[in-house]
Design a protein around this ligand. Sequence first.
Ligand code: MD6
Ligand code: FE
Length: 203
Amino acid sequence: MSGMTPGLRYLPGYLDPTAQQAMLAELRARVAEAPLFTPVMPRTGKPFSVRMTNLGPLGWVSDRAGYRYQPTHPDTGRPWPPIPEMVLNIWRKVSGYPHDPEACLVNFYGQSAKMGPHRDTDEEDFAAPVVSISLGDSAIFRIGGPERGGKTQSLKLSSGDVLVMGGQSRLSYHGIDRVLPGTSTLLKDGGRINLTLRRVTRP
Ligand code: MD6
Ligand code: FE
């Protein structure tokens, strides 16, 4: 529990710098097989400022046709690479959910990227939390309640921090207001990586 949002668990510094480096190396190898792409908004085709890819049996994509989970990369047509064991192990320790996640969305934020307020509702099973892992530059994460436009709180998510959105917070509006450039040396050219792990189907 964290402040005004029941079910939200903030685990700052969950990964030490050595573990962050190891995770980054695993991610680089997999992202080489499943390159980052720029999603666009349904209908309008307006590009996201974040680039993304996925790991695991299902990946989240957004294009003119809508939001959905699919088993293959939209550009290469190949299955998404597997979720690294060290990432799965974090889910197993913190999720409190007895099945593995099916999707690991990898978001890359350059210095001026943001993520508008949204809820994660494309999954069948809201009993599972969403677990997020942050690497690289810090960012201001804002979370509200189940309705748009309510009271919000902000959290600074830094490299190695883990956030668990479960219980009542699972369907809260949230987003990234801004990245704070120069706050981490993990990525040579700066920027931020966020992984979100989700259970998509009901086991
Ligand atoms: C981010 N995170 O931290 C965006 N969603 O870059 C999310 O959209 C998110 O952190 C669901 C649960 C946790 C999250
Ligand atoms: Fe989200």
